[in-house]
Design a protein around this ligand. Structure first.
Ligand SMILES: C[S@@+](CC[C@H](N)C(=O)[O-])C[C@H]1O[C@@H](n2cnc3c(N)ncnc32)[C@H](O)[C@@H]1O
Length: 220
Protein backbone atom coordinates (compact mmCIF):
# COMPACT_ATOMS: atom_id res chain seq x y z
CA UNK A 1 0.00 0.00 0.00
CA UNK A 2 1.45 3.44 -0.89
CA UNK A 3 2.92 5.17 2.20
CA UNK A 4 0.64 8.22 2.01
CA UNK A 5 -2.51 6.08 1.94
CA UNK A 6 -1.35 4.01 4.91
CA UNK A 7 -0.48 7.21 6.81
CA UNK A 8 -3.99 8.61 6.27
CA UNK A 9 -5.57 5.32 7.23
CA UNK A 10 -3.59 5.16 10.48
CA UNK A 11 -4.25 8.82 11.32
CA UNK A 12 -7.99 8.40 10.70
CA UNK A 13 -8.07 5.28 12.88
CA UNK A 14 -6.33 6.99 15.82
CA UNK A 15 -8.38 10.19 15.48
CA UNK A 16 -11.57 8.11 15.52
CA UNK A 17 -10.38 6.56 18.76
CA UNK A 18 -9.80 10.03 20.27
CA UNK A 19 -5.99 9.75 20.14
CA UNK A 20 -4.95 12.25 17.43
CA UNK A 21 -1.24 12.05 18.29
CA UNK A 22 -0.95 8.26 18.62
CA UNK A 23 -0.51 7.49 14.93
CA UNK A 24 2.97 9.02 14.70
CA UNK A 25 4.52 6.38 16.95
CA UNK A 26 2.48 3.63 15.25
CA UNK A 27 3.74 4.75 11.82
CA UNK A 28 7.38 4.92 12.91
CA UNK A 29 7.04 1.46 14.48
CA UNK A 30 5.63 0.01 11.25
CA UNK A 31 8.52 1.53 9.30
CA UNK A 32 11.01 0.19 11.83
CA UNK A 33 9.59 -3.32 11.24
CA UNK A 34 10.09 -2.81 7.50
CA UNK A 35 6.34 -2.66 7.02
CA UNK A 36 6.00 0.53 4.94
CA UNK A 37 7.87 3.82 5.09
CA UNK A 38 7.55 7.23 6.69
CA UNK A 39 6.38 9.48 3.83
CA UNK A 40 8.19 12.65 5.00
CA UNK A 41 11.55 10.96 5.62
CA UNK A 42 13.71 12.42 2.87
CA UNK A 43 17.04 11.51 4.51
CA UNK A 44 18.33 15.03 3.94
CA UNK A 45 17.82 18.52 5.38
CA UNK A 46 14.83 20.34 3.97
CA UNK A 47 15.92 22.14 0.75
CA UNK A 48 13.84 25.20 1.72
CA UNK A 49 15.73 25.44 4.99
CA UNK A 50 19.05 25.35 3.12
CA UNK A 51 17.78 27.98 0.69
CA UNK A 52 16.62 30.18 3.59
CA UNK A 53 20.04 29.87 5.24
CA UNK A 54 21.92 30.86 2.08
CA UNK A 55 19.86 34.05 1.96
CA UNK A 56 19.84 34.67 5.76
CA UNK A 57 22.85 33.12 7.47
CA UNK A 58 22.53 33.72 11.21
CA UNK A 59 25.01 34.21 14.02
CA UNK A 60 25.13 30.83 15.80
CA UNK A 61 27.98 31.16 18.28
CA UNK A 62 26.62 30.55 21.80
CA UNK A 63 23.06 30.35 20.40
CA UNK A 64 20.48 27.63 21.05
CA UNK A 65 18.17 26.09 18.46
CA UNK A 66 15.10 23.87 18.86
CA UNK A 67 13.61 21.61 16.18
CA UNK A 68 9.92 20.78 16.57
CA UNK A 69 8.91 17.23 15.54
CA UNK A 70 12.48 16.40 14.57
CA UNK A 71 11.58 13.09 12.85
CA UNK A 72 14.81 11.37 11.73
CA UNK A 73 16.97 14.37 12.65
CA UNK A 74 18.27 15.69 9.34
CA UNK A 75 17.26 19.31 9.97
CA UNK A 76 18.51 19.24 13.57
CA UNK A 77 21.88 17.88 12.41
CA UNK A 78 22.07 20.67 9.85
CA UNK A 79 21.43 23.35 12.50
CA UNK A 80 24.14 21.81 14.68
CA UNK A 81 26.53 21.77 11.70
CA UNK A 82 25.85 25.49 11.26
CA UNK A 83 26.94 25.99 14.87
CA UNK A 84 23.80 26.07 17.00
CA UNK A 85 23.67 24.22 20.29
CA UNK A 86 20.69 22.20 19.10
CA UNK A 87 17.84 20.30 20.71
CA UNK A 88 15.46 18.19 18.61
CA UNK A 89 12.33 16.64 20.02
CA UNK A 90 9.65 14.32 18.80
CA UNK A 91 6.64 12.64 20.36
CA UNK A 92 7.73 9.34 18.81
CA UNK A 93 10.19 7.36 20.92
CA UNK A 94 10.90 5.13 17.92
CA UNK A 95 11.81 8.15 15.77
CA UNK A 96 14.17 9.49 18.44
CA UNK A 97 15.83 6.08 18.88
CA UNK A 98 16.24 5.69 15.11
CA UNK A 99 17.76 9.19 14.95
CA UNK A 100 20.29 8.38 17.66
CA UNK A 101 21.24 5.26 15.68
CA UNK A 102 21.58 7.24 12.46
CA UNK A 103 23.78 9.84 14.13
CA UNK A 104 25.73 8.04 16.88
CA UNK A 105 28.29 10.87 17.09
CA UNK A 106 25.70 13.62 17.18
CA UNK A 107 26.09 16.82 19.15
CA UNK A 108 22.32 17.35 19.05
CA UNK A 109 20.34 16.67 22.19
CA UNK A 110 17.41 14.48 21.11
CA UNK A 111 14.44 14.31 23.47
CA UNK A 112 11.18 12.38 23.43
CA UNK A 113 8.65 15.07 24.31
CA UNK A 114 5.13 16.18 23.48
CA UNK A 115 4.78 19.70 22.12
CA UNK A 116 1.66 20.09 24.24
CA UNK A 117 3.54 19.26 27.46
CA UNK A 118 7.07 20.54 26.95
CA UNK A 119 9.77 20.78 29.62
CA UNK A 120 9.35 24.01 31.59
CA UNK A 121 12.96 25.00 30.91
CA UNK A 122 12.23 25.43 27.19
CA UNK A 123 10.01 28.45 27.72
CA UNK A 124 11.49 31.44 25.79
CA UNK A 125 14.83 29.60 25.79
CA UNK A 126 15.76 29.28 22.10
CA UNK A 127 17.35 31.79 19.72
CA UNK A 128 16.19 29.85 16.66
CA UNK A 129 13.13 27.60 16.52
CA UNK A 130 12.42 25.49 13.45
CA UNK A 131 9.01 24.08 12.63
CA UNK A 132 8.66 22.06 9.43
CA UNK A 133 5.50 20.08 8.61
CA UNK A 134 4.37 19.32 12.19
CA UNK A 135 1.45 21.77 12.39
CA UNK A 136 0.01 20.45 9.12
CA UNK A 137 0.09 16.91 10.51
CA UNK A 138 -2.25 17.89 13.36
CA UNK A 139 -6.05 18.06 13.04
CA UNK A 140 -7.50 21.59 12.86
CA UNK A 141 -8.71 21.69 16.46
CA UNK A 142 -5.16 21.10 17.76
CA UNK A 143 -3.38 23.59 15.50
CA UNK A 144 -4.08 26.84 17.44
CA UNK A 145 -2.72 25.30 20.66
CA UNK A 146 0.31 23.90 18.83
CA UNK A 147 1.07 27.32 17.33
CA UNK A 148 0.85 28.95 20.75
CA UNK A 149 3.20 26.35 22.26
CA UNK A 150 5.75 26.73 19.46
CA UNK A 151 5.74 30.53 19.86
CA UNK A 152 6.50 30.15 23.57
CA UNK A 153 9.88 28.54 22.87
CA UNK A 154 11.27 31.66 21.15
CA UNK A 155 13.60 33.73 23.34
CA UNK A 156 13.49 37.55 23.33
CA UNK A 157 15.24 38.61 20.12
CA UNK A 158 14.94 35.04 18.79
CA UNK A 159 13.56 33.80 15.46
CA UNK A 160 11.09 31.13 14.40
CA UNK A 161 11.12 29.70 10.88
CA UNK A 162 7.99 27.84 9.77
CA UNK A 163 7.59 25.81 6.58
CA UNK A 164 4.18 24.30 5.84
CA UNK A 165 1.82 23.35 3.08
CA UNK A 166 -0.46 26.29 2.36
CA UNK A 167 -4.03 26.82 1.17
CA UNK A 168 -6.44 29.71 0.65
CA UNK A 169 -8.99 30.49 3.39
CA UNK A 170 -11.90 29.32 1.23
CA UNK A 171 -10.18 26.15 0.03
CA UNK A 172 -11.14 22.90 1.78
CA UNK A 173 -8.26 21.34 3.68
CA UNK A 174 -8.88 18.06 1.90
CA UNK A 175 -8.10 14.57 3.03
CA UNK A 176 -5.03 14.61 5.20
CA UNK A 177 -2.63 14.37 6.74
CA UNK A 178 -1.07 16.60 5.67
CA UNK A 179 -3.78 19.25 6.09
CA UNK A 180 -2.51 22.43 4.40
CA UNK A 181 -2.75 25.45 6.70
CA UNK A 182 -4.14 28.92 6.00
CA UNK A 183 -2.34 32.20 6.51
CA UNK A 184 -4.97 33.06 9.10
CA UNK A 185 -3.96 29.99 11.10
CA UNK A 186 -0.29 30.97 10.94
CA UNK A 187 -1.26 34.46 12.12
CA UNK A 188 -1.67 32.63 15.44
CA UNK A 189 2.08 33.20 15.84
CA UNK A 190 1.43 36.96 15.82
CA UNK A 191 -1.45 36.60 18.24
CA UNK A 192 0.97 34.66 20.46
CA UNK A 193 3.27 37.69 20.64
CA UNK A 194 5.68 37.24 17.71
CA UNK A 195 6.26 39.70 14.87
CA UNK A 196 6.14 38.51 11.28
CA UNK A 197 9.43 39.33 9.53
CA UNK A 198 8.57 37.71 6.20
CA UNK A 199 5.87 35.54 4.66
CA UNK A 200 6.45 33.69 1.39
CA UNK A 201 3.68 31.91 -0.50
CA UNK A 202 5.07 29.80 -3.32
CA UNK A 203 4.59 26.67 -5.39
CA UNK A 204 7.24 23.99 -5.46
CA UNK A 205 8.92 24.06 -8.89
CA UNK A 206 8.16 20.47 -9.81
CA UNK A 207 4.91 18.43 -10.02
CA UNK A 208 2.58 18.27 -8.16
CA UNK A 209 3.56 21.97 -7.57
CA UNK A 210 2.63 21.84 -3.91
CA UNK A 211 1.75 25.25 -2.44
CA UNK A 212 3.81 26.16 0.59
CA UNK A 213 4.24 28.95 3.10
CA UNK A 214 7.61 29.85 4.55
CA UNK A 215 7.35 32.41 7.32
CA UNK A 216 9.86 33.99 9.64
CA UNK A 217 8.83 35.43 13.00
CA UNK A 218 10.71 37.29 15.70
CA UNK A 219 10.12 37.95 19.37
CA UNK A 220 11.18 41.50 20.07
C1 LIG B 1 5.04 15.35 9.28
S1 LIG B 1 6.31 14.92 10.37
C2 LIG B 1 7.61 16.06 9.95
C3 LIG B 1 8.94 15.64 10.49
C4 LIG B 1 10.09 16.61 10.19
N1 LIG B 1 9.88 17.89 10.82
C5 LIG B 1 10.27 16.77 8.72
O1 LIG B 1 10.12 17.88 8.21
O2 LIG B 1 10.59 15.77 8.05
C6 LIG B 1 5.75 15.54 11.94
C7 LIG B 1 6.63 15.08 13.07
O3 LIG B 1 6.16 15.69 14.28
C8 LIG B 1 6.09 14.72 15.29
N2 LIG B 1 5.01 15.16 16.20
C9 LIG B 1 3.69 15.16 15.96
N3 LIG B 1 3.01 15.64 17.02
C10 LIG B 1 3.93 15.96 17.95
C11 LIG B 1 3.86 16.48 19.26
N4 LIG B 1 2.68 16.76 19.83
N5 LIG B 1 5.01 16.69 19.93
C12 LIG B 1 6.20 16.39 19.37
N6 LIG B 1 6.34 15.88 18.13
C13 LIG B 1 5.22 15.67 17.42
C14 LIG B 1 5.80 13.42 14.58
O4 LIG B 1 6.15 12.27 15.32
C15 LIG B 1 6.62 13.59 13.30
O5 LIG B 1 7.94 13.12 13.46
Amino acid sequence: MPDRIRTRELAAEFIRRGDPLGWFEALYQEAERGDGAVPWADQEPNPRLIEFWKAHPLETSGKRALVIGSGFGDDAEQLAAWGFKTTGFDISKTAIEATRERYPETRVEYVVADLFQPPAGWLRAFDFVLEIYTIQALPANLRPGAIEKIAQFVAPGGLLLVIARGRAEDEPEGQGPPWPVTREELDGFRRAGLEEESFEDYAEPEPPWVRRFRALYRRS
